[in-house]
Design a protein around this ligand. Structure first.
Ligand SMILES: [Ca+2]
Ligand SMILES: [Ca+2]
Length: 460
């Protein structure tokens, strides 16, 4: 090829790759001013002109990019669903399962919503729900390694779960999809990061083996790294926690962009929340840091790895904070972070605002449980406008896991939050909370139960 022909060829490839790239609806949905700012960054992203050898060939339909559903909802780790619900008066649909469910994902599919439950032994079951009508939907593969969370890919009326391709892959964490180019990344049990779906490439990042890979715009990845056993709390599936986190840049070459190691503390979680907390159009990194002296506190970093803010500590060792979401919860739509303090021993939902170098507690309400001790499922809480009134609520199970509470912020100075309404789960919650936003913006919500049932609330 002449140099001119080669340039045209590369340009053509770049256009195909961009067009074929997919993302979850909520990664591109402008929900708030803050996410709008990020959304336009994503839309306006220009790919690197240098073509990396890792870039996968793309053959998808550019008119209809794939949709990906994660149990942590957004690919950046923020458990925040877009759209408007009318779930304060929703009637449930109960779907019998072949065993105890541990994970749940959902995606818009045809005229309804596709629900995929992964059972305790790894078996996969899919159901298409249109209104109150339920039909079983075959999903490939039929089984995941027991304990592996699902990532659902839907495109052109086909649905499948993503699985890591290499024999050295960690069975405890799912792959993630690069944005915008659609390449697949996964973690090895030994802590390596692998890019597959094309000529593979590997970077030793010393990842926590059960960490979630988060993806942001510009084909970047964020992952918890530096496994350590210095904090023996062990409530998240093992006694190995992360000592820090690492931001990875994929183009023009696969390399570490920044990395942070904490001193005397661990990150007690499986992923950060990597979103724009202050509305300036760049992402911050929110993690929960714990040690034996003061328990858990929320920390905020910039992408260069500088700590920019800290919240109050739990007060003593073994007091966990479960960070859930960042969203415009405030009574005036202010951006706030929500967590559950000590979810295993009487959980208190807490709302924080980023003010200077401080995360200030602005509201709290007791009686909730966002995590089952010992589980790697940290996705039992979800933010969204579930009643369609324009304000964001937090959906989270009650302490006995028998009901879903919908918590809204109020102007009330004494607590600042109230239970807006509850929905009976009809049994004991066994999975994360999953949701899908249909094309018209309506939210459908679901959760799996210990008595082998998937309960789904569809809009009336
Ligand atoms: Ca920011
Ligand atoms: Ca609302």
């Amino acid at each position: 090829m002449t140099p001119n022909m080669k340039s045209l060829h590369l340009l053509f490839l770049a256009i195909i790759c961009l067009a074929a790239a997919g993302c979850s609806a909520d990664d591109r949905a402008p929900v708030t001013n803050q996410t709008s700012a990020l959304g336009s960054t994503i839309a306006g992203t220009t790919p690197s002109p240098q073509r990396s050898p890792m870039q996968p060939p793309k053959t998808g339909n550019p008119e209809n990019p794939p949709f990906y559903a994660y149990t942590h909802h957004r690919s950046d780790g923020n458990r925040f669903v877009s759209g408007r619900g009318s779930l304060q008066r929703a009637a449930p649909v109960d779907i019998p399962l072949a065993g105890v469910p541990r994970w749940l994902v959902a995606a818009p599919f045809g005229a309804g919503v596709l629900w995929v439950a992964v059972l305790e032994d790894g078996r996969v079951q899919g159901f298409l729900v249109i209104g109150k009508a339920v039909s079983e939907q075959p999903i490939t593969p039929k089984r995941l390694p027991p304990g592996m969370p699902p990532v659902l890919k839907v495109v052109d009326g086909q649905a499948e779960l993503l699985t890591p391709s290499g024999a050295a892959a960690s069975p405890l964490t799912p792959p993630a999809v690069l944005q915008p180019n659609g390449g697949i990344a996964y973690l090895e049990a030994g802590g390596g990061l692998v890019l597959s779906d094309g000529p593979s490439s590997r970077l030793p990042v010393n990842a926590l083996p059960d960490a979630r890979l988060l993806t942001g715009e510009n084909n970047r990845l964020l992952v918890l790294t530096g496994p350590t056993t210095i904090y023996s709390h062990g409530v998240l599936g093992d006694a190995i926690e992360a000592g820090g986190f690492t931001l990875v840049q994929v183009y023009p070459e696969l390399k570490i962009e920044s990395t942070v190691g904490l001193t005397g503390e661990v990150i007690e979680g499986l992923a950060a929340i990597w979103t724009d907390l202050d509305g300036d159009g760049t992402r911050e990194i929110l993690v929960t840091a714990s040690n034996v002296d003061r328990g858990a506190r929320l920390l905020v970093f910039d992408e260069a790895g500088n700590q920019i803010a800290a919240g109050p500590a739990g007060g003593s060792g073994l007091r966990w904070r479960h960070q859930l979401a960042a969203a415009p919860f405030g009574p005036g739509g202010e951006m706030e972070i929500v967590d559950v303090l000590t979810p295993h021993i009487g959980g208190v939902v807490e709302f924080f605002r980023l003010e200077g170098k401080e995360l200030r507690l602005v509201a709290e309400i007791p009686g909730f449980r966002s995590h089952r001790i010992g589980s790697r499922n940290l996705d039992m809480g979800l933010a969204g406008d579930f009643d369609g009134d324009g304000s964001v609520e937090l959906a989270v199970p009650t302490q006995d896991l028998s009901q879903l509470g919908f918590i809204r912020r109020t102007q009330d100075a004494s607590s600042g939050a109230e239970v807006a309404w509850t929905l009976p789960i009809g049994g004991t919650a066994a999975t994360n909370i999953a949701a899908a936003t249909e094309k018209d913006g309506r939210i459908t919500l679901g959760i799996g139960r210990e008595d082998n049932v998937l309960r789904v609330w569809t809009p009336p």
